[in-house]
Design a binder for this molecule. Structure first.
Ligand code: CP
Length: 316
């Protein structure tokens, strides 16, 4: 494929191939000299219309470590502030001949729309509550490394599912890999129609966490709640925050995940987040760089092949 817009269009064997390539990049990133030239001569532009710490910095590092020329557009100081549309901004940057465009946008579907207008590869770095494909891929790599497999696991995704693109992308990926998925959270924070997606739904953490191999916590995404129901943080922590008592119900070797940003004392107890025997939260961050290197590498290969076919007159 030209773009990475979501997990939906990836077949299980493509997911496994990407994770296998990411393993090579984990090894490269652990060396003192972390450099490859697979993207040498290519231009990567990062456009983040929404705040980010992990995704933006890891895409930037990923591009730099692969030898690309990387530019971060500062959307806060761009002409978007003067009323320029997303599409006009994208067309303007497209005219500068980038090869890889990494985009985060607050509106679901915005990145797909943009991908139709440009002639480079587009990577979705999170669009509204729709998809965050590289997050699901880095979560999958983290799970595979910690549990030794990516199938037949009981995975509890807990919290604000309704507003979470991380939950959506993970649901799709982990479902494709034939895992048992439980969604746990307040009924008001469950998306409509999710009961038809082959998952188990729980409002009670104590029930939902029983025997789970993986416990994935999500924050309350208040920025997407549009004035709807927002539980008080104290009440939320009491019922849906991960503490030692609730975690004791999961499997003895259950791992704890969180995509970040994390709100300690709201959805997760800080001691659990920092417990290196249970928490793989920092591993997720490390895998994020490797997975993004693999995604950039694969899309660059596809783009070169597509351009090669076009140059030789082969129908594409
Ligand atoms: N997990 C994630 O997307 O984090 P950032 O918003 O910091 O990029």
């Amino acid at each position: 494929a030209r773009h990475l817009l979501g997990i939906d269009h990836l077949a299980p064997d493509e997911i496994v191939s990407l994770l296998d390539l990411a393993e090579d990049y984990v090894a490269l990133n652990r060396r003192t000299v972390k450099h490859s030239d697979v993207l040498a001569g290519m231009t990567q532009i990062n456009m983040f219309f929404e705040n980010s710490t992990r995704t933006q910095s890891s895409f930037e590092l990923a591009g730099l470590r692969l030898g690309a020329d990387v530019m971060n557009m500062s959307m806060q100081t761009s002409s978007v502030k003067k009323g320029e549309t997303l599409i006009d901004t994208a067309l303007t940057l497209n005219a500068m001949q980038p090869d890889l465009l990494v985009v985060r946008h607050p509106h679901s579907g915005a990145v797909n729309l943009l991908a139709e207008k440009v002639n480079c590869a587009v990577l979705n770095a999170g669009d509204g509550r729709h998809e965050h494909p590289t997050q699901a891929l880095l979560d999958a790599l983290t799970i595979r490394r910690a549990k030794g497999r990516l199938q037949r696991l009981t995975i509890a995704i807990c919290g604000d599912i309704a507003h979470s693109r991380v939950a959506r992308s993970n649901l799709i990926l982990l479902g494709k890999m034939e895992n048992r998925i439980r969604l746990i959270g307040p009924a008001t924070l469950m998306p409509a129609g999710v009961a038809d997606m082959g998952v188990e739904l729980y409002e009670d953490m104590h029930e939902g966490l029983k025997g789970a191999d993986v416990v994935m916590m999500l924050r309350l995404q208040k920025e997407r709640m549009d004035g709807g129901f927002i539980p008080s943080e104290r009440e939320y922590y009491h019922r849906w925050g991960l503490d030692a008592d609730k975690l004791a119900l999961a499997s003895d070797d259950a791992i704890v995940m969180h995509p970040g940003p994390m709100n300690r004392g709201v959805e997760i107890d800080g001691t659990i987040a920092d417990d290196i025997n249970r928490s793989v939260i920092q591993d997720q961050v490390e895998m994020g760089v490797a997975v993004r290197m693999a995604a950039l590498d694969l899309l660059a290969r596809n783009l070169r092949a597509e351009r090669g076919r076009a140059a030789t007159g082969v129908m594409v």
